[in-house]
Design a protein around this ligand. Structure first.
Ligand SMILES: [Zn+2]
Ligand SMILES: [Zn+2]
Length: 101
């Protein structure tokens, strides 16, 4: 199940479950939109691209399936990278869309 992490891994900005600013890679590395731009849409951990994190419904429209049934994790993952060093990493992938990496 998708982990809904509480903050941006780069800047530690709060990203509540209903945030439309939260972006994730396929490994659920979670960043805010501003940091995804600063990272050139290259995940520092895997090199993949990002997509908007889906919003888990707050209301149980189906029994047992909602944010209160499967709450967001409280574990903060804050592992900021040096943006200059990351830019060199991301430069290798310049021009490669996420689906080509
Ligand atoms: Zn951020
Ligand atoms: Zn990643």
């Amino acid at each position: 199940m998708l982990e809904l992490r509480p903050t941006c891994e780069q800047c530690n900005k709060t990203l509540p479950p209903a945030s439309t600013e939260a972006m994730i890679c396929s490994y659920e590395c979670t960043y805010c939109r501003d940091c995804v731009d600063a990272l050139h849409n290259v995940c520092p951990n895997c090199g993949g691209g990002f997509t908007a994190r889906p919003i888990r419904p707050a209301h149980a429209w189906r029994p047992g399936v909602s944010l209160s049934d499967q709450p967001a994790t409280r574990t903060v993952t804050h592992k900021p990278v040096d943006l200059a060093a990351h830019a060199r990493f991301a430069a290798q992938l310049e021009g490669w869309a996420p689906e080509q990496r």
